[in-house]
Design a protein around this ligand. Structure first.
Ligand code: 1GP
Length: 251
């Protein structure tokens, strides 16, 4: 039965600059690929694995989550693209309401379809204000959800959307420029949001591909999500490990 668990929420809320690797199960061909990713992620002290994608099947989702569960202690958070992307082996699920769009399926429809299964599961539910910001490319999430992202320069609209979301009871805010975005979400938007809503953790993702990008968000976003770049270049995790070891040295 659904219980209001808070472990992963508290963890996300406890600190800025945490890092999540986004795994799209559709792009995973072998367990060996996952195993190599786990080793590098552990060496870089990655904080979370997010798992999901726009068009992932339940079978691929369940396989990747159960493999990760067996082979790492890094918390597993589902970042679902639709109502069937659920696996009981994960620790939590971002229950995304796509507030930048006006497609009822992504505001409440998928949630109703998933409600029975989520209610029976032990997953921690993280009600999330999910806000797409124009990232300079047509993202697959915008296409699949048939919604338009908030224009890059409309920071006030983005901020008002986040405020409306938390007033509706969302606990987490996720600004996403879309997978493979040319431009990341503007760092100033994350700063404004954490200033206006200091009690609510902010997740940022989309187009993050350099250490400088990470540095831009490390004092404002609670979680910085990296998908594409690590998928194409897992060695980037070594750069993250180096960045972290330099930070520890500075203390
Ligand atoms: C997309 O926020 C994620 O939904 C990650 O984006 O794949 O561009 O890192 P990237």
């Amino acid at each position: 039965m659904y219980r209001n668990k808070t472990e992963i929420f508290n963890r996300i809320n406890s600190q800025k600059g945490q890092i999540a690797i986004l795994i799209d199960p559709e792009k995973i061909e072998t367990d060996r690929q996952l195993s190599a990713l786990i080793s590098k992620a552990q060496a870089a002290s990655i904080d979370y694995f997010f798992i999901g994608g726009s068009t992932v099947t339940r079978k691929d989702m369940e396989h990747v989550v159960s493999y990760l569960k067996e082979n790492t202690k890094i918390p597993l958070v589902i970042f679902p693209g639709s109502s069937h992307q659920i696996s009981p082996d994960a620790d939590a699920i971002l229950l995304l309401s796509l507030l930048s769009g006006r497609n009822p399926d992504y505001l409440i429809g998928h949630h109703i379809l998933a409600s029975h299964e989520l209610h029976k599961s032990k997953l921690e539910i993280l009600p999330t204000a999910y806000i797409l910001i124009e990232g300079g490319t047509k993202s697959s999430v915008a296409y699949v959800s048939q919604t338009t992202p908030i224009p890059l320069e409309q920071e006030q609209i983005a901020l008002q959307t986040a405020i409306a979301g938390v007033m509706q009871g969302k606990k987490v805010i996720y600004f996403d420029a879309g997978s493979g975005a040319k431009n990341t979400v503007p760092p100033a938007l994350i700063e404004m949001t954490t200033h206006e809503l200091p009690d609510y953790p902010v997740i940022v993702g989309g187009g993050i591909r350099t250490i400088d990008d990470i540095q831009n968000f490390k004092n404002s976003a609670n979680v910085i999500v990296i998908g594409n770049h690590i998928e194409k270049n897992p060695e980037f995790l070594l750069d993250i490990a180096l960045m972290k070891s330099k930070e520890n040295f500075e203390f």
